[in-house]
Design a protein around this ligand. Structure first.
Ligand code: NAI
Length: 302
């Protein structure tokens, strides 16, 4: 197998001053990419800011002989997102790869969650992906090439106590991917989403201590780098990854049941009578767009 390289490619990694993002940025640079290391440098809960997180990773990349520039903007503002992309264009002329990775946590059980806790977490994860992806997508569209990787979470995909804000935002990233997948198709822009599990400051009090040391970010990194490479031609997919386990997960649509003829009313009792078939996942499969779901209804509409 030929080496996967990023020579001539420009990668933006948001939240690259620590954890998963740092491992991506280092490996992109080792394999020839020019890298924008974005990090606000705040605390785990999103408070504060510091340039040292991004600077340190840029120094590490330069020490390896790689090329990188730092950016300290928050992903959560339109101006910040535009400046992150401008940093790439000014320093390296374009953007080929965007890893939407920056993140924070403010966990609280749902009834205790404040508006601020909701808004801040949604703004970094979901609004942040919008603010950076929109200007990056524009540049990628002009160049007819792009690879975007969003970061969701098992908490969003499957649920986790105390993370309503985070889980809702993380599922929003799946919705964003679904549309970028469709809108990017004719420009060779591939967008995928990962659900990682890895030791970092975000998970130090979430993961059991005996597992923490084993769940190295370096096990997530190869999947992200593959998805961001020219070798990857798939788009619109979600992948679990951690400790060397890589698996696709998907939102699926089941075959379901047809009741009535599309003309007569349907009684509540008919739903009850068919409940097991309705909630069953027979012949479930992922769909490429909402239009595909209409195919199931067409016999009733003609
Ligand atoms: P981390 O806390 O080590 O890294 C996140 C980085 O994002 C930090 O360096 C932080 O300063 C930066 N950041 C935070 N807010 C920012 C903002 N507004 N603008 C720019 N940078 C900002 O955490 P980790 O674990 O590396 O997380 C990376 C991503 O992976 C996050 O999106 C997280 O939600 C996601 N994730 C991580 C999991 C894990 O097991 N570590 C599990 C599921 C998802």
């Amino acid at each position: 197998m030929a080496d996967i390289r990023y020579d001539g490619r420009v990668a933006i990694v948001t939240g690259a001053g620590a954890g998963l993002g740092r491992t991506y940025a280092l490996e992109f640079a080792r394999r020839g990419a020019k890298v924008v290391v974005n990090d606000l440098g705040g605390a785990r809960d999103g408070s504060g800011a510091s340039q040292s997180a991004a600077d340190k990773v840029v120094d590490e990349i330069k020490a390896l002989g790689g090329q990188a520039v730092a950016n300290y903007d928050s992903v959560a503002t339109v101006a910040g997102g535009e400046n992150i992309v401008k940093t790439a264009v000014d320093a390296f002329g374009k953007v080929d790869i965007l890893i939407n990775n920056a993140g924070i946590l403010r966990d609280k059980s749902f009834v205790k969650m404040t508006e601020d806790e909701w808004d801040l977490v949604v703004s970094v994860h979901l609004r942040g992906a919008f603010c950076v992806s929109r200007p990056a997508f524009n540049v990628m569209r002009e160049n007819g090439y792009g690879r975007i990787v969003n970061t969701t979470s098992g908490a969003g995909l499957y649920g986790n106590f105390g993370q309503a804000n985070y889980s809702a935002a993380k599922m929003g990233l799946v919705g964003l991917m679904n549309v970028l997948n469709i809108e990017g198709a004719k420009y060779n822009i591939k967008t995928n989403t990962i659900a990682p599990v890895a030791a970092s400051r975000l998970t130090e009090d979430v993961l059991p201590p005996d597992l923490f040391g084993k769940l190295k970010p370096e096990y997530v990194m190869p999947l992200v780098l593959f998805l961001a490479s020219e070798a990857n031609v798939d788009s619109g997919m979600i992948f679990n990854c951690g400790a060397g386990w890589y698996s696709r997960t998907a939102i699926v649509c089941a075959k379901g049941v047809t009741i009535g003829d599309g003309k007569r009313p349907i009684a509540v009792e008919e739903i009850q009578a068919q409940w097991n078939a309705i909630k069953g996942l027979d012949e479930a499969k992922p769909l490429g767009s909402v239009a595909e779901s209409f195919a199931y209804m067409m016999p009733l509409l003609s």
